[in-house]
Write a protein that binds this ligand. Structure first.
Ligand code: C2E
Ligand code: CA
Ligand code: CA
Ligand code: CA
Length: 279
């Protein structure tokens, strides 16, 4: 293993001094990341804005590379998508999140729902629902404690096909949300065809809403329209107390953001739950 480590460092240094692109490097290294146990999940709390309590968490992938350090998802999720590696990685994410959630429940913590991000490639994979089913039965997690986050562009790409997949997932009893809402081109007419539970207002809107009246208007209408169509609305990327106050005032249902907590390694997340911290 030590020998392997040295070879990898040499490879990495060679890459940095040659024309091997960052992308090629990421791709080559990502192929081994799972087997080398370099991937992990961090968990970010989701809170109910009415009660202030933690009501769930989003699993977010982390890659700790021995030479590159912590590689952010922004640098490798796209590569994982293009190469198809995301299917295997995504399966691992789904299973780890389910097993971790069962471990917290067995440790006596209040059962919460864990949300897992699903990429376009995974969503189009006909094996997805079987994998979800397997992750649930192998881990013993009750379906109601699992949520899948699907991005807006993903479900709007092929509405008819996507509606069928979403309905199938919904029938399994899991929760579903539409992520990054507002960044794509959804028509509300299509939105009502999807039996999803949540709309997640993209963090770019939350970041700008207090400085830009038009962005604030968008946020208010997503909350009102989303709720009138029967969705719960969650705002992500909440970083400040004034943002929180604004969202509460306009009756947004839930929030997620650094103001309360960054994504945490499992042990830290467990500790946060034990402290019963709330907003
Ligand atoms: P996302 O699904 O929109 O996740 C939210 C991102 O916002 C996360 O970045 C999170 O750490 C960050 N965030 C949360 N609160 C705040 C805040 O208050 N301020 C700011 N500035 N950022 C905040 P992260 O973990 O770097 O992930 C980036 C993206 O990578 C995710 O965006 C998601 O699209 C993708 N991703 C992460 N994990 C997975 C995964 O397991 N599977 C797939 N397919 N994609 C993933
Ligand atoms: Ca997400
Ligand atoms: Ca998002
Ligand atoms: Ca995003």
């Amino acid at each position: 293993a030590k020998e392997g480590g040295r070879n990898r460092l040499q490879f990495y240094e060679a890459a940095m001094h040659s024309r091997i692109s960052e992308r090629a490097l990421i791709e080559a290294e990502l192929r081994h990341a799972l087997a080398r146990d370099e991937l992990s999940l961090h968990y970010q709390p989701k809170l109910d804005l009415r009660t202030g309590a933690v009501i769930g968490m989003e699993a977010l992938l982390r890659w700790q590379h021995p030479a590159m350090g912590m590689v952010s998802p922004a640098r490798f999720i796209g590569v994982a998508e293009e190469t198809g590696l995301i299917v295997e990685i995504g399966r691992w994410v789904l299973r780890s999140a389910c097993f971790q959630n069962v471990a917290w429940q067995q440790a006596g913590l209040t059962p919460l729902r864990v949300a897992v991000n699903v990429s376009a490639r995974q969503f189009r994979d006909p094996g997805l629902s079987a994998e979800v089913q397997a992750a649930l039965s192998d881990s013993g997690l009750d379906a109601r404690y699992l949520e899948l986050e699907l991005t807006e562009s993903l479900v709007m790409h092929n509405v008819e096909g996507a509606v069928a997949v979403v309905k199938g997932l919904k029938q399994m009893g899991i929760a579903l949300s539409i992520d990054d809402f507002g960044t794509g081109y959804s028509s509300l007419a299509y939105l009502k065809l999807f039996p999803v539970d949540y709309l997640k207002i993209d963090q770019s809107f939350v970041r700008e809403m207090l400085a830009e009246p038009k962005v604030a208007a968008i946020v208010r209408s997503v909350i009102a329209l989303g709720q009138s169509l029967g969705f719960r609305v969650i705002a992500e990327g909440v970083e400040s107390a004034p943002q929180l106050a604004y969202l509460r005032h306009h009756l947004c249902d839930e929030m997620q953001g650094y103001l309360f907590s960054k994504p945490l390694p499992p042990d830290d997340f467990g500790a946060l739950l034990r402290e019963e911290r709330s907003l």
